[in-house]
Design a protein around this ligand. Structure first.
Ligand code: PEP
Length: 249
C-alpha cells in the first residue's frame, strides 16, 4: 500500500509568530487521517516547527538543502544541520529553485545522493513548463527530469523517494491540471519507473500532484488511482484550507 501524503510548502512566507500561530491551529484542527501530513516552513523556523509539533503527527520538511557536507557555501544549509534538528525530509527540485536559482538535473542528482547517503526522505519535484505542454513534449520532459536526477539510484533507494509532479503552468497560477491530466501523467510516471526498475518500485512510490490544489478541487484530483496526495503551496498557508485538503484525501 502506497503512503498517502499531503505536504504544505510554505515557501518564503510566515514570520516566527505567524509560523507558531499556523502550527498551533493546524495541530488543533488536524483530523484523524490515514495520510501523512507534512509542513515545510522556511529555514529559520524549522527548529521551532519541529519543537512545536513534537506531540503532533504532523511532520516537518525542509524546502531545500546543499549537497556538500559542510564548508564555504554562504547562505546554504547542510543535511547534517537538518538532521541535527530532527528534520529528515527535504523537498528537492522545486520549480522555483530550478527557475530562479538555476538548479538543474545535474545539481539535483548531487543533492539527491547526499540526502540518501544521510538516509533522508526526499520529496522530489519535477514537471513541464507551459510551452512544453503546448508543444506536446510534456511526457519526454518529465521522463528526462526523472532519468537525469533519479535513475542512477539503486532500486532499494526508492523507499526514501516521494515524487511530486508539478506542472509549472499550474503552480501559483490558479490554473490546475484536470484530474484526468494529472492521472494521465502519474500513470506515465509509474510506467516509466516500472520500465527503468520494476513494477514493485513503481507500485510502491507515492506520486503527489502539485499545482493550485484547493479545497474545491482536491477530492477530484486525489480520487484518481495514481495520485497519492498533494504538494500544496498557497492553500497550505491557511489552516482551514489545508485542513479541508487533508480531509479530501
Ligand atoms: C508548490 O509551490 O509546490 C505549489 C504547488 O504551489 P501552489 O499550490 O500555490 O500552486
Amino acid at each position: 500500500m502506497r503512503t498517502k501524503i499531503v505536504a504544505g510548502n510554505w515557501k518564503m512566507n510566515k514570520n516566527l509568530e505567524e509560523t507558531e500561530a499556523l502550527l498551533s491551529e493546524l495541530s488543533a484542527k488536524l483530523p484523524n487521517t490515514h495520510a501523512e501530513v507534512i509542513v515545510a516552513p522556511t529555514y529559520v523556523n524549522l527548529a521551532l516547527a519541529q519543537r512545536n509539533l513534537q506531540a503532533s503527527s504532523i511532520k516537518v520538511a525542509a524546502q531545500n538543502m546543499h549537497f556538500a557536507e559542510n564548508g564555504a557555501y554562504t547562505g546554504e544549509i547542510s543535511a547534517d544541520m537538518l538532521l541535527n534538528i530532527h528534520v529528515d525530509t527535504v523537498i528537492l527540485g522545486h520549480s522555483e529553485r530550478r527557475a530562479y536559482f538555476g538548479e538543474d538535473d545535474e545539481l539535483l542528482a548531487k543533492k539527491v545522493n547526499t540526502a540518501l547517503d544521510k538516509d533522508m526522505t526526499i520529496i522530489f519535484c519535477f514537471g513541464e513548463e507551459l510551452e512544453e505542454r503546448k508543444s506536446g513534449n510534456h511526457f519526454s520532459v518529465v521522463e528526462s527530469q526523472l532519468k537525469n536526477a533519479l535513475f542512477h539510484l539503486d532500486a532499494s533507494a526508492w523507499k526514501n523517494i516521494v515524487l511530486a509532479y508539478e506542472p509549472v503552468w499550474a503552480i501559483g497560477t490558479g490554473e490546475t491540471a484536470s484530474p484526468e491530466q494529472a492521472q494521465e501523467m502519474h500513470a506515465f510516471i509509474r510506467k516509466t519507473i516500472s520500465e527503468a526498475y520494476n513494477t514493485e518500485v513503481a507500485d510502491e512510490v507515492s506520486i503527489l500532484y502539485g499545482g493550485s490544489v484547493k479545497p474545491g478541487n482536491a477530492a477530484d484530483i486525489f480520487g484518481k488511482p495514481d495520485v497519492d496526495g498533494g504538494l500544496i503551496g498557497g492553500a497550505s498557508l491557511k489552516a482551514d484550507d489545508f485542513i479541508a485538503i487533508i480531509k479530501a484525501i
